[in-house]
Design a protein around this ligand. Structure first.
Ligand SMILES: [Zn+2]
Length: 170
């Protein structure tokens, strides 16, 4: 049974002053600062990686990202790596439901291939890009892929709640 007290922080850019308390941590996008300031934090933590950001070296708002070697180092440290879509697409901008579902399947196939080829890993946890889950349809579309747990806007946004003022998008 899932515990009601098990809440996760949603974390983006970090610095040496980032304070996560004793909360469970989820790190979105694969940002380099999360590698630098997050990997030695002793809390339960998951890094949600978005392959296109890793390949580009930056995310969609220009924040510096890890490379594949950084992610492998995290794996060596026993840290869980989860998936966060391949393209991090703003699905609400696609014209209709048909296009959205089509995109999700293409995106997920590409993402899992990238994880397999580059990390030799099949991720078990998935985090919706922008926490946008299409009212449950995204999750339904992912059923055939066998993810075990999903993450979205049930998480506590550290930027909003802890006012870390790191220059992230609101
Ligand atoms: Zn993201």
């Amino acid at each position: 049974m899932k515990s009601f007290t098990k809440q996760y922080l949603m974390i983006h850019e970090m610095n040496e002053n980032s304070d996560v308390g004793n909360h469970n941590c989820t790190f979105d996008d694969g940002l380099l600062s999360q590698y630098t300031y997050g990997r030695n934090i002793d809390n339960e933590k998951i890094y949600f990686i978005c392959p296109s950001f890793i390949d580009n070296g930056v995310n969609d708002i220009g924040q510096k990202c890890m490379n594949i070697e950084h992610i492998k180092k995290l794996m060596d440290l026993g840290i869980e790596i989860g998936a966060h879509s391949y393209y991090h697409t703003k699905l609400w901008k696609l014209p209709d439901l048909k296009h959205r579902i089509y995109h999700i399947k293409k995106d997920t196939d590409l993402m899992l291939k990238w994880f397999d080829v580059n990390l030799g890993l099949k991720p078990e946890k998935f985090c919706f890009p922008y926490n946008f889950d299409l009212d449950g349809l995204y999750k339904a579309a992912l059923v055939p892929y066998g993810f075990k747990e999903y993450f979205g806007n049930e998480r506590i946004d550290i930027d909003k709640n802890y006012a870390t003022n790191l220059g992230n998008n609101p």
